[in-house]
Design a protein around this ligand. Structure first.
Ligand code: GDP
Ligand code: ZN
Length: 315
C-alpha cells in the first residue's frame, strides 16, 4: 500500500493510507537514503510503501520503500557526530508570521528564513499579523515591507488572527497543501492556527525558548488533517527551520532578485562585495535592490549566523 507518514516516534511510524486509514508501522530492516547521514530514515511527510501484517488481532504495517522527496528540512544533532535529523519532508508552504513591534521581527530574521526556504526548495509566504493594532504610520511600514518582498517574488498578506481579517485567504493558500508555520514567540501563531482550525491544539508554541536552549530534547514533528482539506505540520521545539550549510558562492542564488541579475556581474563568481561592475551593487544604487536585503546578505555571508546558531545551542 501507499501512504503518508503522519507521526514518528523514532521506532514507530503512523502512516495514513491512500484509503484514509491509519496504520502503526515499523521499518523493514535498515534502509539508508543515499547521501543523507540521518538518524531517522523516514520522516513525517514522507510518502511510503508499506505492507500490512496481521498477527492474532494485531495489525501492523511494515514500511518497505520511500518515494523521492520534494524537499525536507533537517536539524543537525547537537553532539559532534555530524548526524542530521530529518524533521519533515514534502512541505508545500512555509508561512512566516511577522509582527512589526510586538514582538519585533527584523528584516534580517525574515531574510534568513527566506534564504533557508530557498535552499530547501520550499515556497515561503509572509503573513504580517496583528494589523488590527497598527497606527497609520505602522501600516505604511507594513505596506512598504510587503511591497519589498512582493517585488522579490514572495506572496505577502496582512492579517489579523484576532479579528479574522484575511484568515480565509490564508486557508485558501493552504488548501490541498502541507503547511508549516514559523515566527518568533508571541507573533500570534497559536491564535492564527486556532482561527484557521478551532480546537486544534498544536504544540508549536508551548515549548518555551528557554527550554529549547537548555536541553536537547528529541521532539518529533506531527502532521494533522484540517477540516477544509489541508494538512499542517507541527514542529514542537523547533525554532524556525534552521540554517542550511552552504558555500559562500551559493548564498546569492537564494536571494532571487540577486540571482536574476547575476549574469550581468562582470565576474561569474561575483560575491557582490568589492568586485568591479557588480549588477547587485548597481541595483542598490538605482534602488532596484533593497539595502535591507543586501545587509542581510552580508550578515549571512560573514557568518554572523553561525554565531547566532552557536549561541542558541550553547547558552
Ligand atoms: P505565538 O507565541 O506565536 O503562538 O503567539 P500567540 O498566538 O500566543 O499570541 C501572542 C499574543 O498576541 C496573544 O496575547 C494573542 O491574543 C495576541 N494576538 C495574536 N494575534 C493577534 C492579532 O492579530 N491581533 C491582536 N491584537 N493580538 C493578537
Ligand atoms: Zn555581483
Amino acid at each position: 500500500m501507499q501512504g503518508t507518514v503522519y507521526k514518528s516516534t523514532g521506532s514507530w511510524y503512523t502512516v495514513k493510507s491512500q484509503q484514509g486509514d491509519f496504520y502503526e508501522c515499523r521499518i523493514k530492516g535498515k534502509f539508508r537514503i543515499k547521501g543523507i547521514k540521518s538518524t531517522n530514515p523516514v520522516a513525517v511527510g514522507d510518502e511510503v510503501t508499506f505492507e500490512v501484517e496481521t498477527k492474532g488481532d494485531e495489525t501492523i504495517g511494515v514500511i518497505s520503500g520511500i518515494e523521492e522527496r520534494e524537499n525536507y528540512i533537517i536539524r543537525r544533532s547537537v553532539n559532534l557526530s555530524k548526524q542530521t535529523h530529518i524533521i519533515a519532508a514534502n512541505i508545500d508552504i512555509a508561512f512566516l508570521v511577522i509582527t512589526l513591534n510586538n514582538p519585533p521581527t527584523f528584516t534580517t530574521f525574515i531574510d534568513r528564513f527566506l534564504v533557508t526556504a530557498e535552499a530547501y526548495h520550499i515556497k515561503a509566504v509572509l503573513l504580517f499579523n496583528k494589523i488590527d493594532t497598527y497606527t497609520e504610520e505602522e501600516l505604511l511600514e507594513v505596506k512598504y515591507l510587503a511591497a519589498l518582498y512582493r517585488n522579490v517574488g514572495y506572496e505577502c498578506l496582512g492579517i489579523s488572527a484576532k479579528t479574522g481579517k484575511n484568515v480565509e485567504k490564508v486557508k485558501q493558500l493552504m488548501q490541498h497543501k502541507v503547511s508549516m508555520f514559523s515566527g518568533h514567540s508571541g507573533v500570534g501563531k497559536s491564535t492564527l492556527i486556532n482561527a484557521i482550525e478551532p480546537g486544534l491544539n498544536l504544540k508549536t508554541s508551548e515549548i518555551s525558548e528557554q527550554h529549547q536552549q537548555g536541553q536537547h530534547t528529541t521532539t518529533f514533528a506531527e502532521m494533522f488533517d484540517l477540516s477544509f482539506g489541508a494538512q499542517i505540520i507541527d514542529t514542537p521545539g523547533i525554532k524556525g527551520f534552521g540554517v542550511v550549510e552552504m558555500e559562500k558562492e551559493e548564498l546569492g542564488d537564494y536571494f532571487p532578485e540577486f540571482f536574476a541579475i547575476k549574469n550581468q556581474c562582470k565576474f561569474n563568481n561575483c560575491l557582490h562585495l568589492e568586485e568591479p561592475h557588480c549588477a547587485v551593487k548597481e541595483g542598490l544604487e538605482n534602488e532596484t535592490i533593497a539595502w535591507s536585503r543586501y545587509k542581510s546578505y552580508l550578515q549571512i555571508l560573514e557568518g554572523e549566523d553561525e554565531q547566532y546558531r552557536k549561541d542558541i545551542h550553547n547558552p
